[in-house]
Design a binder for this molecule. Structure first.
Ligand SMILES: *[C@@H]1O[C@H](CO)[C@@H](O)[C@H](O)[C@H]1NC(C)=O
Ligand SMILES: *[C@@H]1O[C@H](CO)[C@@H](O)[C@H](O)[C@H]1NC(C)=O
Ligand SMILES: *[C@@H]1O[C@H](CO)[C@@H](O)[C@H](O)[C@H]1NC(C)=O
Length: 292
C-alpha cells in the first residue's frame, strides 16, 4: 500500500517531465567539424516523426537557444510530436562556418557536413521520416540554413530562415570569417550569378530542392536588408522562376509584415521596422513545413 502510493507519486511527475534536451556524442560521419549534436524528443513523439533542425545564432549554443523564449521550437515539438535537432557551433564566438570552401561544399567536411550527418543519424536512429526534414535558424543559423539548402538539397524538404544572407555571400579565406561587404549589403549579384554560386556547392545535383521561406527586417543594422533581396534572387534563380512576386500580401502574418510568393517554392516575408533578428514565427514556419 505504502509502497505503491510512493511509486505512484514518484513516477507520475517523472514521466510527465521526461523529455529533455540531450547531447548525442557520436553521431557518426566523417566531417572534421566538431559541431555538437543535441536532440529533443517530446514525450508524445509520433511514429515516423518529422524532424526540424534548429540552428542557433552567434554567441549562442544549442542549450541557450533551446531555452530562448523568442525561439519556440521546443513548444512546437511538444505540441506537434516531432523531433528537434539543435546543433551547437564548435567555432570561437559560436558563429557557424559559412565562409570556408569545406563548409560551402557537399561532403566537404565542414560544419554543414556535420549537420548533414546529424540529420542522417536522426533518420536512422529515431526512424524519422526522411521526406519530412526541415531546417530553421536565426542570423548565423539562417546563413547556415541557406548553406545547407545549397550543399544538402537531397536531405531537406523545406527551410524557414530568419535574418540571414545568401549561400556563399560570406565566402572568405578560411573557417568562420566575417564578411563586411556581405553584412553591409554591398556584396550583390544577379540571380544568375547567385544560382551559379549555389549550384557549385553540389556540382551535378539535379534532384529536388527544399522550398525556401526567407524572413528579414527592414531595420536590420547587423545584416543589411539588401541581403533579403540577394536571398530572393538566389533561390528564385535556382528554382528558375521570376524575381517578380506572383502575389504579395500586406500585414501578413502580422501588422507591418509583407508576405511575397514567387511560385510554390520561394516565399519572402519582409518585416517593416523590425531589426536584427526577426523573432521566430512558429505558426507560419510550421505551416510552410506542412507541420504538424
Ligand atoms: C513520410 O512523409 C511523407 C510526406 O509527408 C508521407 O507521404 C509518408 O506517408 C510518411 N511516411 C511515414 C512512414 O509516415
Ligand atoms: C542526374 O544526376 C544523376 C547522378 O549524378 C545522373 O545519373 C543522372 O543522369 C542525372 N540526370 C539528368 C537528367 O541529368
Ligand atoms: C496558425 O496557422 C494556421 C494555418 O496557417 C491558421 O489557420 C491559424 O489561425 C494560425 N494561428 C495563429 C495563432 O496564428
Amino acid at each position: 500500500m505504502l509502497v505503491s502510493k510512493a511509486l505512484t507519486s514518484f513516477f507520475l511527475p517523472c514521466t510527465a517531465l521526461a523529455a529533455t534536451l540531450t547531447q548525442v556524442s557520436n553521431y557518426g560521419g566523417s566531417a572534421t567539424s566538431k559541431a555538437q549534436m543535441w536532440v529533443y524528443k517530446p514525450d508524445n513523439l509520433k511514429a515516423n516523426p518529422a524532424l526540424v533542425v534548429v540552428i542557433h545564432s552567434c554567441q549562442s549554443t544549442a542549450q541557450s537557444y533551446f531555452k530562448n523564449s523568442l525561439i519556440p521550437w521546443k513548444q512546437g515539438s511538444d505540441s506537434g510530436g516531432y523531433i528537434t535537432i539543435w546543433p551547437s557551433s564548435p567555432n570561437s564566438g559560436t558563429c557557424w562556418d559559412v565562409s570556408s570552401k569545406a563548409t560551402l561544399s557537399h561532403n566537404g567536411g565542414g560544419d554543414s557536413n556535420a549537420i548533414a550527418n546529424m540529420i542522417t543519424y536522426a533518420i536512422t536512429e529515431y526512424s524519422a521520416n526522411a521526406s519530412r526534414v526541415y531546417v530553421t535558424g536565426g542570423s548565423s543559423g539562417a546563413m547556415m540554413s541557406n548553406v545547407l539548402a545549397a550543399t544538402y538539397p537531397e536531405l531537406i524538404n523545406a527551410v524557414s530562415l530568419y535574418s540571414g544572407v545568401a549561400a556563399g555571400c560570406f565566402v572568405g579565406a578560411g573557417v568562420d570569417q566575417w564578411n563586411n561587404a556581405c553584412s553591409g549589403g554591398t556584396l550583390t549579384h544577379t540571380a544568375a550569378e547567385w544560382t551559379t554560386i549555389a549550384e557549385a556547392m553540389y556540382p551535378g545535383y539535379n534532384g529536388t530542392r527544399p522550398k525556401m521561406q526567407i524572413w528579414h527586417g527592414s531595420a536590420d543594422t547587423t545584416l543589411a536588408p539588401q541581403n533579403y533581396q540577394e536571398e530572393i534572387k538566389q533561390w528564385t534563380g535556382v528554382f528558375g522562376v521570376s524575381q517578380t512576386a506572383t502575389s504579395s500580401k500586406a500585414n501578413t502574418p502580422q501588422s507591418q509584415y509583407t508576405t511575397s510568393d514567387y511560385g510554390p517554392n520561394v516565399e519572402g516575408i519582409y518585416a517593416t521596422g523590425v531589426g536584427h533578428s526577426v523573432p521566430a514565427h512558429l505558426n507560419a514556419s510550421e505551416a510552410w513545413f506542412g507541420l504538424p
